[in-house]
Design a protein around this ligand. Structure first.
Ligand SMILES: Cc1cc2nc3c(=O)[nH]c(=O)nc-3n(C[C@H](O)[C@H](O)[C@H](O)COP(=O)(O)OP(=O)(O)OC[C@H]3O[C@@H](n4cnc5c(N)ncnc54)[C@H](O)[C@@H]3O)c2cc1C
Length: 468
């Protein structure tokens, strides 16, 4: 019997598999497609996701290939969110097609020893006692102690686990195309606003551009209706007055604004992560980032339960911590959608006013940048994000490479068992700090904080009576 079967070799399934395998867990990934899809839905990687990659020593692989842009848009408004003032080494968004991210993640997971089996569509998931049986269309079955559905919006796993997907269906559509441009703009990335809508345009780096006009006169077109190059050109002209001489499309599609979230992220031995747990309008490029962050939160908890050093109740903290984060991104994308698709004079006035506020109020601009970048995620009083401090010449992130707990102290090291790497450092702003494998702070030595051993046991779910 395997420890974990992950359904879906998208970015979230691959990252989760690698994070689990790093800690010694036996993982098999089942993917229905025999080959990865060549086109990319996502392009944008935000600073917090780059930080997660940096913690495992991987960020350079992405940075070497992607394009850095020191700002991002909010609701495609002209006045962009500045990333220059963010408290991170990664003061930019990185544009890299999702297909490259998936290829890098597959390479990384395979190097760690993850088994990735393609051409297996999961058709059923049957829980039974201390295991779960996964059925596939090839007739093979796979037994595992835990199953994680990373199988995207129509998740078979979510349905089999009887978990509701709650929210609103798609009511509009926006076209996008990956094309060549005979008359490209000078900028690598553009958001342009006009009376008839807004345009998102970004260079993909191989002479191609992604062009996506939110054309108010075409919002009613059904999402699944095939898009032609001529339509994309017409919409782009309507919005910005030129089609940039676009030709040779490699990908034409429409996306919608379906907004749904799983009512629960766990039912018994079945868990959900990524788009299987939440979908929303892709404004601000947040879905892949959100999903990879889910996986980082889940991996160390699942590994701890499998390896017997935490009770299974630890897994309930996955939903408790990540469901609100997903709900917040959903709320954010709904707000952005309302601003982008506004066609009435009143809504256009609201959009214009919001645009002014982004330029005139740096604190508002910064607040939104912190939120969209993923850097603002905190899990309560402890659980805030540990920045990559330089402590006595050592980067904190470099200490998290093995995905273990790290206790940094300027003084004596308490006994925390074999699960925690203790490092004595200079230049720490606190006497001691316990950092979780996902880069969030679990405990800081401050008045009234109690002992770090009690905090560690409590965090794992043993109460404060000792680490198992
Ligand atoms: C137009 C567009 C632009 C976007 N831009 C961005 C962006 O810039 N930044 C960002 O962060 N996000 C963006 N997103 C969202 C992002 O693409 C998704 O959030 C991301 O793909 C989710 O990854 P995932 O691994 O959870 O799911 P998926 O990528 O959907 O992967 C699921 C995998 O599971 C497989 N699968 C499904 N069913 C089964 C089954 N029964 N058995 C076996 N395998 C199965 C699928 O084949 C697939 O490989 C965008 C989305 C769209 C539509």
């Amino acid at each position: 019997m395997r420890d974990v079967v992950i359904v879906g070799a998208g970015p979230v399934g691959l990252w989760l598999a690698a994070e689990l395998r790093r800690t010694g867990v036996e993982v098999t990934v089942l993917e229905r497609l025999t080959e990865p899809v060549p086109h990319a839905k996502s392009l944008t990687m935000h600073p917090r996701t780059l930080e997660l990659l940096a913690m495992r020593g991987l960020a350079d692989r992405w940075l070497d290939e992607g394009k850095r842009i020191p700002s991002t848009h909010f609701a495609l408004l002209d006045n962009r969110l500045s990333y220059a003032g963010l408290d991170t080494k990664y003061k930019f968004v990185l544009f890299l097609p999702q297909s490259r991210t998936e290829a890098l993640l597959a390479e990384h997971a395979s190097a760690l020893g993850v088994e990735i089996l393609r051409g297996r569509a999961v058709t059923g998931v049957r829980p039974g006692g201390d295991s779960v049986t996964v059925e596939t269309d090839t007739g093979e079955t796979f037994r595992a102690r835990w199953v994680v559905g990373c199988d995207g919006p129509s998740s078979t796993v979510r349905k089999a686990a009887g978990i509701d997907f709650v929210g609103t269906p798609s009511t509009l559509s926006v076209p996008l195309g990956d094309v060549r441009l005979a008359e490209p703009p000078e900028a690598v990335s553009l958001t342009v606003n006009g009376d008839n809508g807004a345009l998102f345009l970004v260079s993909l780096g191989d002479g191609r551009y992604r062009v996506s006009p939110t054309d108010h006169s075409m919002l009613h077109v059904p999402k699944d209706e095939p898009l032609t190059l001529e339509e994309l050109k017409e919409s782009t002209r309507r919005v910005v007055g030129t089609d940039f001489g676009m030709y040779d499309p490699s990908y034409l599609a429409r996306f919608g604004n379906a907004t749904l979230q799983a009512a629960r992220y766990r039912n018994g031995r079945v868990l959900l992560a990524g788009d299987a747990a939440h979908i929303h309008m892709p404004l601000g490029g947040q879905g892949l980032n959100l999903g990879m962050q889910d996986a980082t939160n889940l991996a160390w908890k699942l590994a701890a339960v499998i390896q017997g050093w935490a009770p299974s109740t630890l897994l309930d903290t996955y939903e408790a911590e990540r469901h609100p984060v997903g709900a917040r991104v959903i709320e954010d994308t709904r707000a952005q959608t309302a601003l982008v698709v506004s066609t009435s004079p009143e809504n256009k006035a609201l959009r214009a006013r919001f645009n002014e506020l982004l330029a005139g109020h740096p604190s508002l601009n910064h607040e939104l940048a912190v939120q969209v970048s993923g850097l603002g995620v905190s899990y309560g009083s402890s659980g805030w994000r540990m920045p990559d401090l330089d402590v006595g010449g050592t980067s904190v992130f470099s200490l998290l490479r093995d995905g273990r707990f790290v206790f940094l102290t300027t003084g004596d090291a308490p006994s925390l068992g074999s699960r925690v790497d203790v490092t004595r450092v200079e230049g720490l702003p606190w006497g001691g700090v316990l950092v979780r494998p996902d880069g969030h702070v679990a405990w800081v030595s401050e008045p009234g904080a109690g002992s770090v051993s009690d905090a560690f046991s409590g965090l794992l779910g043993w109460g404060s009576s000792g680490v198992g």
